[in-house]
Each structure stands twice: as C-alpha cells, then as structure tokens.
Design a binder for this molecule. Structure first.
Ligand SMILES: NC(=O)c1ccc[n+]([C@@H]2O[C@H](COP(=O)([O-])OP(=O)(O)OC[C@H]3O[C@@H](n4cnc5c(N)ncnc54)[C@H](OP(=O)(O)O)[C@@H]3O)[C@@H](O)[C@H]2O)c1
Length: 259
C-alpha cells in the first residue's frame, strides 16, 4: 500500500560562506528569523582545528574549486548564497561569483567596512604583504608584530634583522618560514589593553596588519595608537562584483526579499 502520509516539503537552503565574525552573527540571525522555512548551512574552509559552534548546520573543508561549489549548490538545492567571507578570501569569493552566475543562484556579499585612520594613528599604507615587508626594511624596524595571518607569511621570509611576534589560533606542524620569531596562540576577539601590554612586553616597534575592519581584531590597532607605534596597513581587496551590504540586518532584509 502506498504511504498516504504527505511528505514534508524540504526547506530551502541558504549557504553562508563563513570564516568571519559577521558570518557567525548572520547564521544566528538567519536561524532565528527564518529557521522554520530555511535550512541555514555555514561553510568553513577548515583552517582552525576547533572552530566555534555556529547556529544552524556547519560544513567544513573546500568544495573543490568553482566546479565543486557548483556541484554542491545543485546537490544541496541551495536557493541563496551569502558570501560572508573574510575580506581577504578572494579566491573563494571568485568561485562563488562564478558558480552562482552559472546556476542563477542569487548571491549577496556581506563585507564589513575597513578601518579608517583616526587621530593619533601612524599608518603606512601598502598594497600587499611584500610591500609591507619592504616598508619594515626601509624603516629599519627590528621587532614587529605580524598579525597579517599565516597565508602571507612567506613575504616576510629571509629578513634576519627583524624579529617577528606572530599570533596564531593553532600551533602549526611546520616551522614558520621566518628567520627569527616568537609565537603566541590566541583566538579573537582581542582586548586593546591586553594588546597594549603585549606590544610593550615584546618591545614591538611596528605592527603589520591587514585592513580587515570589524571589532574582533581591532585591538592591536588601538594598542598601536596608544603606544604611538606605526601600523603597516595592507589595503583590502575590492569586494566581489554584485550586490554588497555591510551589516547583518541588511543581509537579513536581502534574504527576506528573496524568499
Ligand atoms: N585571508 C584571510 O586573511 C583570512 C582571515 C581570517 C579568516 N579567513 C577565513 O579563512 C578561510 C580561508 O581564507 P583564505 O584566504 O585562505 O581563502 P581563499 O584563498 O579565498 O580560498 C582558498 C580555498 O580555500 C577554500 N575555502 C575558503 N573559504 C572557504 C569556505 N568558507 N568554505 C569552504 N571552503 C573554503 C576553497 O577551496 P576549494 O577551492 O577546494 O573550494 C578556496 O578555493 C575563509 O573562510 C576566510 O573567510 C581568512
């Protein structure tokens, strides 16, 4: 006999490309607001060993390029994509642009505003990590706080005159490609007063930072301002093409319009 029980319609899936504080906030807000109608999945690259639990579902690991992402969107019947990536995650952002365009899946980018220079800041603006390394050399810096992430570390290799203080989330299996360095492990959000102590304790003469905006990692910038220390600031890449919003409420309104 045929099963007469009506099948529950599957919920539409929202895929959030995560890795930023805003992605976590968005997942929470989307589950709260649309949880009855929407399956909320946040994707993480898997760079940290024990990521914080997020609202809704989590999936971890690369998709396998643009084709892999397109296959995932189809297999999971993803109706909406919000790219809430860290502003420097440009490869994944490009894959999302391409896969969503190919399958006509609506896509939004959520990008927080970059930090802007304030009174008392001594920023040295550079376009990328190699230029940041060059700026340290030109200024004769001997002790720098390298807060620009593991990915661009190679740009600071082969600099025997500079000792780097590097803050990472997890210990790494391999030594860093730096001549001289010290490591600390911590996960944001960071505190400005504690970062000030850290910079003082290690005799830091310059901070290297990506201009990634947001609150979670601004502490080092505030601390450098307080201590009159220069910040070698790496400019953020242009956001991906298409609609971009800067806040979680604006992203929630976009979901409401597209459901
Ligand atoms: N770049 C930074 O400074 C920075 C800082 C803090 C946090 N993050 C976060 O860390 C992650 C990796 O950043 P990245 O700069 O290495 O990225 P990326 O260079 O743009 O991406 C490299 C590859 O990593 C995979 N990937 C990246 N983000 C993913 C995600 N959210 N879900 C599934 N796979 C993802 C993709 O692999 P496949 O091609 O196999 O799909 C992608 O091609 C991102 O989620 C980003 O938001 C980055």
């Amino acid at each position: 006999m045929a099963d007469a029980t009506p099948r529950k319609p599957a919920k539409a899936t929202l895929l959030i490309l995560g890795g930023s504080a805003e992605a976590a906030d968005l997942a929470r807000a989307a589950v709260e607001r649309f949880g009855k109608r929407l399956r909320v999945v946040t994707s993480l690259a898997g760079r940290t060993a024990a990521p914080k639990k997020l609202a809704g579902e989590m999936r971890i690991g690369g998709f396998g390029g643009e084709e892999g992402l397109a296959a995932y969107l189809q297999a999971e019947d993803v109706r909406l994509v919000i790219d809430a990536l860290h502003p420097f995650a440009v490869v994944m952002a490009r894959h999302a642009v391409e896969a969503c365009a190919e399958l006509s899946v609506p896509r939004l980018a959520l990008r927080r505003a970059p930090w802007v220079r304030q009174a008392g800041d001594h920023w040295i603006d550079v376009p990328d990590a190699p230029a940041a390394a060059q700026a340290l050399i030109e200024r004769g810096v001997t002790r720098a706080f390298l807060a620009s992430g593991l990915k661009d570390m190679a740009a600071f290799a082969g600099l025997p005159t500079i000792w780097f203080l590097v803050r990472l989330v997890d210990p790494q299996p391999e030594p860093l490609p730096l001549e001289r360095y010290g490591l600390i492990f911590a996960r944001g959000p960071f505190d400005a007063a504690q970062d000030e102590l850290l910079l003082k304790r290690h005799g830091i003469e310059a901070v290297v930072s990506k201009n990634s905006g947001g609150k979670a990692s601004v502490a080092k910038i505030v601390a450098a301002r307080a201590l009159n220390i220069p910040v070698v600031m790496i400019a953020p890449p242009a956001p991906p093409p298409g609609e971009t919003v800067a806040t979680v409420p604006a992203a929630i309104s976009w979901i409401a319009r597209h459901l």
